[in-house]
Every structure is written in C-alpha cells, then in structure tokens.
Ligand binder design. Structure first.
Ligand code: PEP
Ligand code: MN
Length: 333
C-alpha cells in the first residue's frame, strides 16, 4: 500500500483479495503496509489491483515461497526485540555455551558475552544429541538459570525448542526460539511456531538446500509469525576436515532471495575452535546480520560441543575483529 494509505482503503483491498480466493497476510512496516495474497489464482491481473485506491504496486511472486521471498518485502525485515534490531545496520552477536550446565557457568558466560558488547546469550536447555546416551540438557531449570543470568547482564535469550510441547516453556523464558538443524523440516513444530508471537531462529538442516530452508521459513510465516531469522550453520558434504561445510555463499544468496535477516553460526559450521574466528570474519564480510557463537569459561570441560567452543579471550578477539570488518563494510557490531 502507498505510504499514508487509509485503513478503509487497506480493508477494501484485503476484501478484494479474499473474494478472489487469496489468503491475505498483512505486515505493517514503518512506512508501508504490505499485503501478501497466497492462493491458487494464477490468472489475475496485477494491474487491476494496482488501480485500487491506496495501492502502491502489485507484484506476482513466482518463487515457491512467497512470504519469505525478497519481493514480498524488498526493503528487508528488521526483527526488533526491545532495543535490539536484527537485520538492521548493526551486526548482532549471540553467544554462549552449547548447553546450559549450571548457575555459575551461565553467570560467567553472561559476563563474558555482555562484556564484549554482544546482545544475546545462547544456551541449550533441550539438546538434540546424536546419541541418546549423551547429555540431553537441563530442561526448564536450565531455562530459568539462563534467564536469570541474562537479566543480570541486560541480555536477550535464544534457546532451542525441540518439540511442540516445549513451546510454552520456551515462550516463558526465551526471547528468540531456536529451531535446530535436525528439526528444520519438522513441519508440525514449524506450524505451531507460526502461531507463536516471538521471533524464531531457524537453522539450516544438515542436508537442506537454500530453497528448502526458505520453504521451512514459509511454514512459520504462513501461520502469521513473520519474525523469522535464518541461520547458516554448515551443511554435510564429503569433506571430513571440518564437522560441517560452512556455506558462506549461502549468506548473500539468502539475502538476495529473502528479506529475512541472516545469522551465521561458525561454531557448528566448522566444529573446531581454531576455525571459528576466520569463519566469523568471513560471515560478517559476506553480509551476515548476526553471529551465533559458542563460548564457555572452560570449554575443555563443556558438557557438549567443547571442541568448537571458544575460550573467553578468543571470543573477545572475535568480537574485536568482527567489529573491524563490520566497520569496513559500513556496519557496526
Ligand atoms: C546448537 O545450536 O547447539 C545446535 C544443536 O545447533 P544445530 O541445530 O545447528 O546443530
Ligand atoms: Mn552446540
């Protein structure tokens, strides 16, 4: 809709779209209201809609994902949580341990994370482990511990939701709900998250194409939750030198195909501590809107993913270098 289009004009266009058989998704931006019509109609005339009062322009979105497509919101999406904006000019850093282990561990992590200017603390309370015998996470107690540590240091919380039944618990304690790589195509979970009204950080599946990632985002968005943050965390290839193959090219590709913010996870992307810093630098240079990094006060004794987890001083160095690269491309950290 045009800037300043009136509510009756917008309502009229919605009614017209509905009468044509479309499901309408409304997204109100700072300047413009966007109406996304998803439907079976392929013989409608966009010009007829453009002729309606208050309409700025009308485009047919040909990609299989509609709401996640860049053409739905050419200016890009900024996910705003309190003071933090993900997808804006600032590169947002999210860091913390792989798993929440104890009150003292999370207090140390929150102090490291906040001390470097990062804005979000991460930590899994429900862990998707390849082996059922590995540590599975602290559950609700872990979420409580992380929330308390985050609040003491003015940080937001991102944590993984593995199952629909955990959604209410995550909504209670976390600011961003993470969908892990193994759950990227858990369509029942994605649909339920579509009903939630909190941002979702959606990780790319270990063998998922970029199109599949965007279709998974579409599942969440088609339920009415438009606050999706995409995350490149490496994919499985024939290469064995790294845990996964960090697909840096996916960052500019996603930015081109979609309006959603893109975050990069060089920790899972490489699986080895020494490669996290160079890949974090590469991700910022490639245009990532944020970083998701594992850091722990004593990574060699971490309950999970210690090998890829940074020591505090390494994380400080990462933040300094990410900052320098962000500045070089006209952004801040
Ligand atoms: C994690 O963030 O700790 C995690 C399990 O990530 P992924 O789903 O990318 O493996
Ligand atoms: Mn991990």
């Amino acid at each position: 809709m045009q800037e300043g289009a009136t509510e009756p004009q917008t309502e009229f266009v919605i009614e017209r779209l509905v009468s044509m058989g479309f499901t309408v998704h409304r997204s109100t931006g700072v300047r413009h209201t966007l109406l996304g019509g998803v439907g079976p109609q392929d013989d409608f005339d966009p010009l007829a809609l453009e002729a309606l009062d208050g309409v700025k322009e009308c485009h047919r979105i040909v990609s299989p994902y509609k709401l996640a497509s860049r053409s739905f919101k050419p200016g890009g999406t900024i996910v705003k949580i309190g003071e933090v904006e993900i997808g804006g000019s600032r590169v947002v850093s999210m860091a913390g341990p792989c798993s929440v282990e104890s009150e003292s561990q999370m207090e140390a992590c929150a102090s490291i994370v906040a001390g470097t200017g990062a804005q979000v603390i991460r930590g899994g309370a429900f862990k998707p482990r390849s082996s059922p015998y590995s540590f599975q996470g602290m559950g609700e107690e872990g979420l409580q511990i992380m929330r308390r540590a985050a609040d003491r240091h003015g940080l937001l919380v991102v944590s993984e939701v593995m199952d629909q039944m955990q959604i209410p618990l995550l909504l209670q304690y976390a600011d961003i709900l993470q969908v892990g790589a193994r759950n990227m195509q858990n369509f029942n979970l994605l649909r339920e998250l579509g009903k939630a009204r909190k941002p979702v950080l959606l990780k790319r599946g270990i063998a998922a194409t970029i199109e599949e990632l965007l279709l998974s985002a579409e599942y969440i968005m088609s339920g009415g939750n438009y606050e999706v943050i995409l995350c490149e965390r490496g994919i499985r290839t024939f290469e064995t030198s790294t845990r996964n193959t960090m697909d840096i090219a996916a960052i500019p590709v996603l930015k081109r195909l979609s309006h959603l913010p893109v975050v990069a996870d060089p920790s899972h992307g490489t699986g080895k501590r020494e490669y996290v810093l160079p890949m974090a630098r590469a991700a910022v240079a490639a245009g990532a809107d944020g970083l998701l990094v594992e850091v722990h006060p004593d990574p060699d004794h971490a309950a999970s993913d210690g090998a890829q987890t940074l020591r505090p001083e390494q994380f400080t160095q990462l933040m300094q270098q990410a900052n320098a690269i962000a500045a070089a491309i006209g952004r801040t950290v």
